[in-house]
Design a protein around this ligand. Structure first.
Ligand code: ADP
Length: 248
């Protein structure tokens, strides 16, 4: 449904994404894992159409930068960019009108309530704490309810209630058939139900496996991550360890 094909993005001489290929199946939740600087944000920004790159990205066979594709795609950036002169409610209204949403008032109320911003509706963007800004960033991204949603490090900066609420919300979206791509560099945060993981490092896709495949190999996501990014096999025993245990 979403197809990333041979995408390369360079910033000057620095190759942020190097021939990246993957497909997101409809109704699946994919976790995009990788250390800082692996290229996760760059590939997400490329998918959403913010960057120039070489290669091709299509949504339901439609090029990602077309108006039709943009209606299907949604993106929640890692860093909120809010308007200091708009209130919380005005941000939500602004997005609703920009996306030409209809009957959106109840949805705004629902989102602001779930993320505990309902008593902050009249606060201006620059009056919000960092965590509140993150929550408003989420509410803004969730409001249009797109078919495919990319979330870049969505749990960063959130308080425990918001983390729990977002994980529940993600699971609800997954159950309702949305296609989700969630990036993170924190493996421990990936305890929600996911279908596939893509591990990136140095701009390249180093692994692309389903949950069933990993579980079938008797590995955890953490095992796979270190195997792929540091070449450490869980069952590896160094010669010294063998000597210590009398095996060598
Ligand atoms: P991640 O999201 O996995 O942490 P990024 O996609 O942000 O990684 O970054 C990948 C590489 O691209 C890094 O080397 C980073 O320094 C570089 N990079 C990202 N954004 C820019 C930019 N706007 N200008 C120059 N280099 C960038």
């Amino acid at each position: 449904m979403l197809e990333v094909s041979h995408v390369t993005k360079k910033y000057g001489k620095n190759i942020a994404c190097n021939d990246v290929n993957f497909t997101l199946e409809p109704g699946s939740l994919t976790v995009l894992l990788g250390p800082n600087g692996a290229g996760k944000s760059t590939i997400m920004k490329s998918i959403i159409g913010f960057l120039k790159y070489s290669g091709s990205i299509t949504v339901k066979d439609i090029p990602n930068k077309t108006p039709q594709a943009r209606k299907i795609l949604g993106y929640i950036p890692e860093m909120p960019s809010l308007y200091s002169t708009l209130t919380v409610n005005e941000h939500m209204e602004f997005i609703a009108r920009a996306y030409k949403l209809t009957n959106y008032k109840d949805r705004i109320d629902m989102l602001l309530k779930r993320f505990e911003l309902d008593d902050k509706k009249k606060k201006f963007g620059d009056e919000l704490s960092k965590g509140m800004q993150q929550k408003l960033n989420l509410c803004i991204g969730l409001l249009p309810d797109p078919e495919i949603l990319l979330l870049d490090e969505p749990l960063l900066g959130l308080d425990p209630h918001a983390i729990k609420e977002l994980k529940n919300y993600i699971e609800e979206m997954r159950q309702s058939g949305k296609t989700l791509l969630i990036s993170t560099h924190i493996i421990d945060s990936v305890d929600m139900l996911w279908d596939r993981t893509i591990i990136m490092q140095n701009g390249q896709v180093k692994a692309n496996v389903t949950r069933t495949e990993i579980e079938g190999r008797g590995k955890s996501l953490e095992d796979l991550f270190f195997e792929v990014t540091e070449g450490i096999e869980k069952d590896d025993v160094s010669p010294d360890d063998k000597k210590d245990s009398g095996e060598a």
